[in-house]
Ligand binder design. Structure first.
Ligand code: NDP
Length: 485
C-alpha cells in the first residue's frame, strides 16, 4: 500500500483508533480485485467513544469566533491541495476511479468546500427586527450540536467534506460513517483536520456496515443526520431521524433527464451526455441517464456518440492516460450487467458496449441503448453504472412532460440555442439541480440537492448554512411589561 494509507479503522477524538472486535471489512481495489487493506466495523464501544468525543468537543468549538473555526477549515483546504496527488491516489485505490478524474474532482472538491465554508464561517450572523415602541427582536444562528454524516461509495472524500465543512463552520461537531465499500478516504480528511488545528472530537470517522449508521442515527445525543445514499436507505434513515425529531438532509438517487434539442451544439451536447453517463464509470447520482434527443438529429447524435465512446481508454486507473475505470465492486458490476440484459430483453437497441470486459477487477464497457421507451426498466430505474439510454422526442411540451414523469427529481439538463426555451425548460423541470448547455458541474458556490424522492435539503452554497444551524429569536422589550390583573 501507499504511504498515505490510514493506519487504523477509525478516527476518534483527534487520533486513529483500532478495535478488532467488529467484523473485518476487506477493502478491494476495483481495478484488480486485490485486497489493499482491512478495516473493522465499529463496535458499540467505538461508536460510543466517537459520540462522546463529539459531544464533549461541541460547546467549545461552537464558542470559538466563526473566524477561528474558518481558519481551521481553510488550513485544511490548503493541506488537501498540497497533498492532492497522494490523496488522489488513495481515492483511486478506494474507488477504482481513474487518477485523471481523482486529481481534479475529489480532494480538490473537498478543498473547495472547506475553503468556501471556512470563508463563510465568520459571516454566519442573525438579524435585527424592529418592532413598535422601540422593542425589537434579534436572531441568533446557533449550532445544532452533534451531527452525523453517512456517505455513499462514489465520492468518499467529497461527500465527507461537503458535510463536514458547513457543519463545522456552523459550530457543530460530526461523526461520519463512510460506505463500507470505500472506508479509507474520510479517515484522511479527519487526520488533516486535526493537523489544521481542529480540536479533538470535532470531526470523527467510524467505519462499519449499515448497522453502525443506524446506531448513530438513533442516538439521543445526535441533532442532525445527513445521508448521501440510495432512496431505500434514505427512507430508513429519514424515518429513524424523525423518531428523535432530528434535522435531516437526504441526498439520494436519481434518473435525471438530459434534453437535447435539434438546434443544440451537437459536439457539446455529446460531451455532456458522455460526462453525464460515463464519468466515474456512471456512478454519479445526478447523471443524465435519460438522454432525450429531438428526432431530427437522433441518428447523427448516435453515430457521433458511438465514435467518441470508442475513444474511451480503459486501463490502469493509476495511469493518467486512463479515462474510464472499473465499477466499484463485483456486486455493483452484477447489478449493472443485469440492467443491460433487461434492456436487451425489453427491446432497446444496443448501439455500443454492453459486455463485461474480461480482465481482473470489475470492468464493463461504456454502453449506449437507443430506441428506449419510457416504460422500459432501464429508463425508469437508477442503474448507477455506465449505461446511457437514448429516447426520441418531437416537441418541447412532450420532452418536458416525459422528463418529469419520474419519482426522482435530483437533476436535469437542457441543450438548445434558443434562450427563452432554455429558461422555460429550466423552470419546468421538477428537479433540484439543473443545467443549461452543460451538465453535472457542481461548484461549491451552487446549491445542490434533489426534489421528490431524490431527497430533502441542500448541500453547498450559503443555502447549506440553514441546514446546519438553527435560528433562535430573542425579543427585547424597552417598555414596562403589562398584565390584565
Ligand atoms: P446505500 O444507500 O446503500 O448506502 C449509503 C450509506 O448508508 C452507506 O454508508 C451505508 O452503509 C449506510 N447505510 C445503509 N443502511 C443504513 C441504515 N439502515 N442506517 C444508516 N445508514 C445506513 O448507497 P450506496 O453506498 O450503495 O451508494 C449508491 C447510492 O447512493 C446510489 O443509489 C446513488 O444514487 C446514491 N447517491 C446519491 C448521491 C446524492 O448526492 N444524491 C451521491 C452519491 C450517491 P454500508 O455501505 O455499510 O451499507
Amino acid at each position: 500500500m501507499r504511504d498515505a494509507t490510514p493506519t487504523a479503522s477509525h478516527y476518534v477524538d483527534g487520533a486513529y483508533l483500532e478495535d478488532a472486535e467488529g467484523a473485518a471489512i476487506e477493502v478491494i481495489y476495483p481495478a484488480t480485485g486485490a485486497r489493499i487493506a482491512t478495516v473493522h466495523s465499529a463496535s458499540g464501544q467505538v461508536v460510543e467513544a466517537a459520540l462522546a468525543a463529539a459531544t464533549r468537543a461541541q460547546p467549545a468549538w461552537a464558542a470559538l469566533p466563526g473566524v477561528e473555526r474558518g481558519r481551521v477549515l481553510r488550513r485544511a483546504a490548503d493541506i488537501l491541495r498540497a497533498r492532492n496527488r497522494e490523496l488522489s491516489e488513495l481515492e483511486t485505490l478506494d474507488t477504482g476511479k481513474p487518477l485523471s478524474e481523482t486529481l481534479v474532482a475529489d480532494a480538490t472538491s473537498a478543498a473547495d468546500a472547506l475553503e468556501y465554508f471556512g470563508g463563510l464561517a465568520a459571516a454566519i450572523t442573525g438579524e435585527h427586527i424592529p418592532l413598535a415602541d422601540g422593542d425589537f427582536v434579534y436572531t441568533r444562528r446557533e449550532a445544532l450540536g452533534v451531527c452525523v454524516g453517512i456517505g455513499a461509495w462514489n465520492y468518499p472524500t467529497q461527500i465527507a467534506a461537503w458535510k463536514a465543512a458547513p457543519a463545522l463552520a456552523c459550530g457543530n461537531t460530526m461523526v461520519f460513517k463512510p460506505s463500507e465499500t470505500t472506508p479509507l478516504c474520510a479517515l484522511k480528511l479527519a487526520e488533516i483536520l486535526t493537523e489544521a488545528g481542529a480540536p479533538p472530537g470535532v470531526f470523527n470517522v467510524v467505519n462499519g456496515l449499515g448497522d453502525v449508521g443506524a446506531a448513530l442515527v438513533a442516538d439521543g445525543r445526535v441533532a442532525k443526520v445527513s445521508l448521501t445514499g440510495s432512496v431505500p436507505t434514505g427512507r430508513k434513515v429519514y424515518a429513524a431521524a424523525a423518531q428523535g425529531m432530528k434535522h435531516a438532509t437526504m441526498e439520494l438517487g436519481g434518473k435525471s433527464p438530459l434534453v437535447i434539442f435539434d438546434d443544440a451544439d451537437l459536439e457539446s451536447a455529446i460531451s455532456a451526455a458522455i460526462n453525464g453517463n460515463f464519468y466515474s464509470t456512471g456512478q454519479i447520482c445526478s447523471n443524465g441517464t435519460r438522454v432525450f434527443v429531438q428526432s431530427g438529429i437522433k441518428e447523427a447524435f448516435l453515430e457521433r456518440l458511438a465514435e467518441r465512446t470508442a475513444n474511451a481508454t480503459l486501463g490502469d486507473p493509476l495511469d493518467e492516460a486512463t479515462t474510464l475505470g472499473p465499477m466499484v465492486s463485483a456486486a455493483q458490476l452484477e447489478i449493472v450487467l443485469d440492467y443491460v440484459a433487461r434492456g436487451r430483453a425489453e427491446g432497446a437497441r444496443l448501439v455500443t458496449g454492453g459486455a463485461r470486459v474480461e480482465r481482473e477487477g470489475f470492468w464493463i464497457e461504456p454502453t449506449v441503448f437507443a430506441d428506449v421507451t419510457d416504460d422500459m426498466t432501464i429508463a425508469r430505474e437508477e442503474i448507477f453504472g455506465p449505461v446511457m439510454t437514448v429516447l426520441d422526442f418531437e416537441t418541447e411540451d412532450e420532452a418536458l412532460a416525459r422528463a418529469n414523469a419520474t419519482e426522482y427529481g435530483l437533476a436535469a439538463g437542457v441543450f438548445t440555442a434558443d434562450l427563452t426555451r432554455a429558461h422555460r425548460m429550466a423552470a419546468g423541470f421538477e428537479a433540484g439541480t439543473t443545467w443549461i448547455n452543460t451538465y453535472n458541474l457542481t461548484p461549491v458556490e451552487a446549491p445542490f440537492g434533489g426534489s421528490k424522492m431524490s431527497g430533502v435539503g441542500r448541500e453547498n452554497s450559503a443555502a447549506a448554512i440553514a441546514h446546519w444551524s438553527e435560528l433562535k429569536s430573542v425579543y427585547v422589550s424597552l417598555n414596562p411589561t403589562e398584565a390584565p390583573f
